[in-house]
Ligand binder design. Sequence first.
Ligand SMILES: *[C@@H]1O[C@H](CO)[C@@H](O)[C@H](O)[C@H]1NC(C)=O
Ligand SMILES: *[C@@H]1O[C@H](CO)[C@@H](O)[C@H](O)[C@H]1NC(C)=O
Ligand SMILES: *[C@@H]1O[C@H](CO)[C@@H](O)[C@H](O)[C@H]1NC(C)=O
Length: 576
Amino acid sequence: MAGILLSVACMIAGYLIEYLVAPIGPMVVEYLLGPIASAITCIYYYKSNCQGLRREIEKLMLVSERVKHMVDEAERNGEEIESDVQKWLKSVREIIEESNRFFEVEANAQRRIFCGLFPNFNSHYQLSKKAVEMVKIVDELQEDGRFDRVSYSVTPRWKGFAPVEGYKAFDSRMSTSRKIMAAFRNESITTIGVYGMGGVGKTTLLKELGRLALENKLFDDVVMATVTQNPELKKIQGEIADKLGLRFDEESVAGRAVGIPYGNAHKGCKILLASRSLDVLSTEMDAQKTFAVGVLTDQEAWDLFKKMAGDSVEDPDLQSTAVEIAKECAGLPVAIVTVARALRNKNSFEWKNASRQLKRPNSRNIRGMQAVIYSTLELSYHQLESEELKSTFLLCGLMNYNASIQDLLKYGMGLGLLQDVYTTEEARDRVYTLVRNLKASCLLVDGTSTDGFGMHDVVRDVAMSIASRENHVFVVRDDVELVEWPDEDTLNKCTAISLQYCDIRELPDRLRCPKLKFFYMGCEDPSLKIPENFFKGLNALKSLTHCKSAFSCLPSSLCFLGSLRTLCLINVCWEM
Ligand SMILES: *[C@@H]1O[C@H](CO)[C@@H](O)[C@H](O)[C@H]1NC(C)=O
Ligand SMILES: *[C@@H]1O[C@H](CO)[C@@H](O)[C@H](O)[C@H]1NC(C)=O
Ligand SMILES: *[C@@H]1O[C@H](CO)[C@@H](O)[C@H](O)[C@H]1NC(C)=O
């Protein structure tokens, strides 16, 4: 084919030369021969140029796939993609689109040849030339695509704390917010405290202040950490250091420059604390200035409620019920957003039912939480559409503060909580969907990492309380010490045990818990030994997680766990 093409091409070229020689003269011929000769080469190599382009594009696609995988991974880790990488990916997209168009035109040109029509050499020449140009670009892109890193870490820049929805409307908080910003600017104040009851919106205020402080360039970095009553110093240091992009070489608590950098040695560093208790702030934490966060005014509460529940609350047959329910929420944002989301798009009888439910006195009272919060959150829980969603929510309550969707996937699959899924991929998609639904219901919030999720602490309290009541779950949170094991009767009914932080010296020889399905053990003490027969009485156990234990070998009673489907050993140290 190429041979035939060549002869025809030469003939045409010859014809052109002849044609051009006659009227213009020899000088011009010489001048024209260069481009014409290259035109001939172009046409001669037409086919191989096209094939070459195809090959190089395929190679480029492989390179770009590699880069895309790196980008995906970086994005999952919440990192920002370098702009040269973004620009490169854009160029790759463009050249691939261009090559697709090219091959379409080329296929048309081929078809014309095969149809026996006289080939359009001009178009062949153009296409061939174009192919050569594109190969050059594609080669350069391949060369440029060898990135060692595609992203940079952005955690210190308060990523994920976008303006909070509905927040701007809270005029009642603006004056507090302004005063705290003034305290940030005052050099003699380094420790500031914010207090208010659970669910009043302290965390939201802190996030908003962090965002404002960065926006106004008051600080280079803003870092947030959750400190519980029984804090694991190492964990908090780690969390803060991670977010500041620091690395510790020392593993001991003291070696890691204890605590939070502040005081004269760290001028410019300030601490903003939030607590339910003013005492904790002023006596234990020495806060120099403290500010109260109060409940929302009636108007603010109603505006927020309307925003979360949708415009239907203005319907004449809903409005009075909606106003009543909004009032029941007592100006507490957590109660307002969850209940409004739960009732969004519901019928008027469901609204009335909810209103009645909320008015019923609630005897449950946990840790000084307002009864209204319990009632509203419980109502939101009961409004969840499926059992799958409800059990996922309760499971999230059993997980620790820094839980990831990956963990949820492991436990959810182990417990057989996901309905009708057959592969890990299906399960992963399902878990992402469930988490998204729970976020839409305001029962979960975004986590610090892309793969994480968070839960407001009062929501967690309610989740654990519901779980304890409905499923006989036994939870020891990371701010409460486990003094002794529950009694035999409780253990007989127990379906889940979650010891998030436990300070136990000794485990029972054998744990008799015939209904136990989920067992999470996060222990600080690596010297805690697990007795050989510890797992013997756990026939129903499906998901077992051990953190930070030391094993010389796994306890032999593990083989009695006939129902076990998920076994996670995290930070386990193997003694040789
Ligand atoms: C800074 O705070 C100190 C202590 O509260 C206060 O006495 C001082 O007036 C403040 N300075 C300014 C400029 O507001
Ligand atoms: C929080 O979770 C993320 C993702 O699972 C992990 O990379 C990070 O180290 C965790 N941080 C702490 C302080 O445990
Ligand atoms: C009324 O509310 C209760 C508790 O939230 C719930 O169990 C019940 O199903 C609701 N009834 C209707 C008809 O929605």
